[in-house]
Design a protein around this ligand. Structure first.
Ligand code: KG4
Ligand code: ZN
Length: 344
């Protein structure tokens, strides 16, 4: 495979990347040309809803079914073909190993067949760089990013596209997990985060008070919140949840957002950096989006939030990250393998 690509023969505008994302339960393919996203196709998997969470074996099978039509659609929407590609990128880690394997094998076989270079991308780095997709409204470096997803909660400093450092993270559950677990206690189906967001819009965020953990530095903890919601609900009469769903959702959401934004403020004070982004599935939450903008106004931050389709898992964020890795000459070999957990 042509990994020692002659970069001098390419202009930035020619770099055409096909990116694949398959780390969890969304199969996604994207085409990025010269650092501009031309398509971002996402095939979700409804099969998990009745199990109350992602079933890894079912996710891998659905990825196998979805990957070829998803890639075709991405190529078609971008009016390009496999032969126009300069490189093929894939999510290497972290994620469900069986899900990652489908994307990695697809990318490797396509790269081998077309004799194109491969680029391996870290999913969490890609969530942060989703903030670089909007070419008209990007943060400048260095910036801070609160990355909140189903598996991670991190405050990251980005000194350049490829120089990221985690300043603090959760010691137990992630913010998305807290949303989903609390939603489950309220009898809502998986993934509960978007439903909590929906019901919260009609509720009073101060109706019920749940304890916020006191964590040192920039660390987070969310497992206590789930327990405190559980104990609170156990003390109530039958019918309480049904009669108070919007207030319960609004109060839980308010507590999670408060925990997140207080730490983000601490990170700004600690680093002096006022370019502040959010990323990851939970950054689709309307309360968090508004909360960040309000903090920005209050403290003079310049805030950035990816468009909705680039918050939850998507291949466009893999493609934009791969674009920068391509420029830096960071290629992977055919021996590249996925990893469920990954250090930065
Ligand atoms: O980034 P993502 O799509 O996948 C991971 O990498 O984990 O994040 C998924 C998480 C789930 O926990 C989901 O409930 C949460 O993001 N989420 C939301 C919203 N949309 C997605 N949480 C709260 N409000 C939302 N609107
Ligand atoms: Zn994700």
């Amino acid at each position: 495979m042509n990994n020692n690509i002659e970069q001098s023969s390419f202009k930035d505008g020619d770099i055409t990347i096909l990116a694949i994302e398959s780390s969890c339960d969304d199969t996604s393919a994207s085409i990025c040309i010269g650092g501009v996203i031309k398509s971002n196709i996402i095939a979700g998997q409804k099969v998990h809803a009745k199990y109350g969470g992602v079933v890894p074996e079912l996710a891998s099978r659905a990825h196998i079914q979805n990957i070829i039509p998803t890639v075709h659609e991405a190529l078609e929407k971008a009016s390009t073909s496999l032969h126009d590609l300069t490189a093929i990128a894939f999510t290497q880690a972290p994620g469900l190993i069986g899900s990652l394997l489908v994307g990695v094998q697809f990318a490797k076989s396509t790269a081998l067949a077309l004799n194109k270079p491969l680029i391996a991308v870290h999913h969490m780095q890609a969530h942060v760089l989703a903030n670089l997709i909007d070419i008209d409204n990007r943060p400048s470096f260095p910036f801070l990013c609160l990355t909140v997803s189903g598996g991670h909660t991190q405050i990251v400093i980005a000194r350049s596209p490829l120089e990221l450092e985690v300043l603090g993270e959760t010691i137990d559950d992630a913010a998305g997990e807290a949303f989903d677990k609390c939603a489950k206690l309220l009898g809502l189906p998986y993934p509960g985060g978007p439903l909590v967001d929906k019901y919260a819009k009609e509720g009073n965020p101060l109706a019920f008070k749940f304890a916020e953990p006191q964590m040192p530095d920039l660390q987070f903890s969310f497992s206590g919140l789930k327990t405190s919601v559980l104990y609170f609900l156990q003390k109530q009469d039958t019918g309480f949840i049904e009669n108070n769903l919007p207030d319960l959702c609004a109060s839980i959401q308010h507590t999670i957002i408060n925990i997140l934004l207080k730490k983000l403020n601490k990170a700004v004070l600690h680093t002096g950096i006022k370019q502040v982004c959010i990323a990851g599935g939970v950054s689709a939450n309307s309360g968090l989006r508004t909360g960040l903008q309000e903090m920005g106004k209050k403290y003079g931050w310049k805030t950035f939030i990816p468009a909705f389709q680039y918050c939850t898992d998507n291949a466009a964020m893999i493609a934009i990250t791969a674009h920068y890795k391509y420029l830096a000459g960071q290629f992977a070999g055919l021996q590249a393998s996925p990893s469920a957990r990954a250090e930065w």
